[in-house]
Design a protein around this ligand. Structure first.
Ligand code: HEM
Length: 465
């Protein structure tokens, strides 16, 4: 397979095309269920397929090696698609997710990276363990809980503490305000993603006004926290949180990030790290509730490793089956069901296919992970796929819940630790089943969640042996 910028003499295989119905193209099928649409395309095409939506031509990359080239080996020829960056940029500014300037992205990634250094992570895991213990202390067995709301709150308290050092107790106001505002912001970004032509910012529509108010509140709240951290002489208190680290970080010439850049990076970390982890956990609870035999196996590990205590940093390496459960959950129901779309910087040939520079390219963890070519019996929830031995036989480049290449998730280790500690601590104490009437209704927006949340019935376990 060759990879090169196109020249006049190049030959290439045309990308097969789904035209859909007149005028609307594939919109009706896409809008009805993006997941089913991608699944069908994955079944019907081998490598890549183009599909038409009103005013936009898009492509779904089905073959994991072609996707890998776009994301990794030829990443320099591709950027995040202008449409995605524009929609997300209204909220995230120019933080890591939306920074589309390769040299600037590299510099800022290097500045943010130490926040995820192993030694810092150990401190974050203490927050994760303590907050989980505190959060579930008053849970009563024999009740129905919205586990999606619980995970939304718990992961929000944890991310707010690690980013801003705001305590869960004293958070009632500040963190709840940040959380509420973030919810508005996330809802609005989600809505815009589904609009073929997003409403321009300047139109005073109810949605835009709501978004603008939320953005202002968010900026003011974070700005107040930043100001409170600055001493009168301009020095910064290092509280061990990410905000201190970013305020103290220096570019190579010794200068510091502007307060606006720090704000953008913090909002980005919050948005990128919150809903994703919360949804990953909700899906894991759902799948465990549907598979009692797997839940029992998990509890056997938890009883042996934790012996009734809350899971903490020192337990992480022994929570082997817990990790397999989480990996398999993120295979079947990946919180980031499709990566940010990509766009070639100039017409580019990958493999035998020409990707014109205006084509919006989807690469979807969901499509990869449920492709029978890569995962036999893909609908089956089977954590054994991720045992040390079996994991080796998963074809390269296909399992990408955290993306890959230079834009791979910076919070991957953080998220895995958080998910393991929370899941382990809760499943050790409670048996989880689905609440009456609870149905699976995946909603594919920026992240994948269950429409109207996820209710479970919890029963306190009697014995830890
Ligand atoms: C289960 C939880 C998570 C999942 C599934 C997830 C998934 C992803 C994926 C797929 C990407 C790549 C997007 C693309 O290439 O288009 C990404 C990027 C990113 N994630 Fe995560 N993420 C999770 C948790 C977190 C956490 C906890 C943080 C931070 C606290 C975080 C921060 C980021 C950032 C900043 C980026 C952009 C990186 C860059 O472009 O340099 N994520 N995430």
């Amino acid at each position: 397979m060759s990879t090169a910028s196109i020249t006049l003499n190049d030959t290439h295989t045309p990308i097969p095309k789904e035209t859909g119905v007149p005028i609307l193209g594939c919109l009706p099928e896409f809008a009805k269920s993006p997941l089913s649409f991608f699944k069908r395309l994955t079944n019907d095409y081998e490598d890549v397929v183009e599909f038409h939506l009103p005013l936009i031509d898009m492509a779904l990359v089905v073959d994991a090696d072609i996707a890998h080239k776009i994301l990794v080996s030829e990443a320099k020829n591709f950027r995040k698609a202008d449409r995605d960056v524009k929609i997300m940029g209204t909220i995230l500014g120019n933080g890591l997710v939306t920074n589309n300037d390769t040299p600037s992205h590299k510099v800022h990634r290097k500045l943010v990276q130490p926040g995820f250094h192993f030694r810092r992570m150990e401190a974050y895991t203490k927050t994760m363990s303590d907050y989980t213990e505190q959060y579930i202390a008053n849970w009563e067995g024999g009740t129905v809980r919205s586990i999606s709301d619980d995970m939304f709150k718990l992961t929000m308290y944890i991310v707010t503490k690690t980013l801003f050092d705001t305590d869960m107790d004293s958070m009632e106001n500040e963190a709840d305000q940040i959380g509420e505002t973030m919810k508005v912001v996330q809802d609005m970004i989600n809505k815009r993603f589904l609009q073929i032509i997003p409403m321009p910012d300047w139109v005073p529509s109810p949605g835009n006004l709501k978004l603008s108010k939320a953005r202002k509140t968010l900026h003011q709240t974070i700005d107040q926290i930043i100001q409170s951290r600055m001493k009168p002489n301009g020095e910064i208190d290092d509280n061990g949180d990410m905000m201190s680290m970013l305020l103290l970080a220096e570019y190579e010439d010794g200068s510091k990030m502007s307060p606006k850049q720090v704000m953008d990076e913090l909002i980005t970390l919050f948005v990128a790290g919150h809903e994703t982890t919360s949804n990953a956990l909700s899906w894991a609870f759902y799948l465990l509730a549907k598979h009692p035999e797997i839940q029992t196996k998990l509890q056997t590990e938890l009883d042996a490793v934790l012996k009734g205590k809350t899971a903490e940093f020192s337990n992480l390496s022994d929570l082997i089956y817990t990790e397999m459960v989480i990996k398999e959950s993120m295979r079947l129901l990946p919180p980031v069901w499709t990566l940010n779309t990509r766009q070639a910087n100039e017409d580019t040939i990958i493999g035998d296919y020409l990707f014109p520079q205006d084509k919006v390219i989807f690469i979807s963890p969901f499509a990869n992970h449920t492709n029978p070519k890569y995962f036999p019996n893909p609908e089956k929830f089977d954590p054994e796929r991720f045992s040390a031995e079996n994991e080796k036989s998963i074809p390269k480049h296909v399992y990408i819940p955290f993306g890959t290449g230079p834009r791979v998730c910076i919070g991957q280790a953080f998220a895995m630790m958080e998910a393991k500690l929370i899941l382990a601590s809760i499943v050790q104490c409670f048996e989880i089943s689905l609440a009456k009437g609870q149905e699976l209704n995946p909603q594919a927006q920026i992240t994948l969640s269950n429409k109207d949340g996820m209710n479970v019935y919890i029963k306190r376990r009697q014995f830890y042996t």
